[in-house]
Ligand binder design. Sequence first.
Ligand SMILES: [Fe+2]
Ligand SMILES: [Fe+2]
Length: 399
Amino acid sequence: MTRVLFVDDEPKVLRAIKRMLATVNCDWEADFAPGGREALALLAQTPFDVIVSDMRMPEMDGAALLAEVTRLYPHVARIVLSGHSEQESILRAVGVAHQFLAKPCETDRLLEVVGRAIKLRELLADPKLRTLVSRMSRVPSMPQAYCEMMEQLQSSASSLRDLGAIVARDVGMTAKILQIVNSSFFGLPRHVPDPAYAVCMLGLEVLQSLVLTIHVFAELPVEGLAGVGLHDLWRHSTATGALAKRVAAKEGCDRQVCDHALTAGLLHDTGKLILAANRTEECREAVRLARSDGISLPEAERRVFGATHAEVGAYLLGLWGLPDAVVEAVAFHHRPTDCLGRGFAPVTAVHIANALEHARSATSDEQPPDVLDAAYLAGLGLTERWTSWREQCLEGAHS
Ligand SMILES: [Fe+2]
Ligand SMILES: [Fe+2]
């Protein structure tokens, strides 16, 4: 049975949650603790899947509790439900919580966030991989982008526009900034898909605290990562994002679908970074296996890890509260037919853009190119469109 633990020192908050849960039909069980120590005692007795904790509590506050939960039970999804109190405690929560919900929180929103955290586990069956991903508080950044960010933040001439441009080029920084904005840590409007705009909304002072004090960004140690399939990953990611947005716009999609296509395109291979940074040797093994057996990289990853980079990346982004359409597009970018929705969606744009991008850079074949799902495109009536996109794209590359 899936179990959720709610922690709050105010009895009336816990009573309200209990009352609310009694009126809805959920397929998980809830338990309640009046403080951090009681919560840890319950966790030691019973396995839980999600914890929803208040921040300001006497003795042990929410940040200290969640830090302990990260250490002892890293697979548990960690959600903060708190009033927007002082910035310092929110900053501490950024380092330990997957998501932040502001009090008062509507019933639907609370149920949606908890329900999504539970459902996400279907994406990644292996508990070891789930633990690895849940423990991560950062996705490593490209060293060049990381250095530029540090220099800009320490310079008196830095502008939010320049900082936003750096974030929008980097997979790890984009993922982190969108987590912070979409999880309402700072009470900003949710569903901001554009990382550069998100940086402007956070403001210079908050960004400085996040980066220089909380260290929300980290540099990827590229020297030790030869042969793990990261060659050109950043160029490929930004190009896929831009192409996905272009394809969605050409198909007459609305602004939101285009924005989600851009974000998901940029983030679609986040899982490669996660695996390369944490399971380096097995990544090398997957790349070797793909070459020696002539199979796709996702197939080789499934043999080595029991999951693909698409699922690993989507699990993290889902845990971090990024929009469903983005998480889905990342999860299914190699096998869009498995995605539940019908019609043209961000996943369609990312699948096409990823394949176009591989076709365009076919000379730098570090790994076998991703395969286009022709049956999926045919089902959407897009076969002829593919030919024209491909021509346009290759023309663009060679001109
Ligand atoms: Fe991929
Ligand atoms: Fe890709």
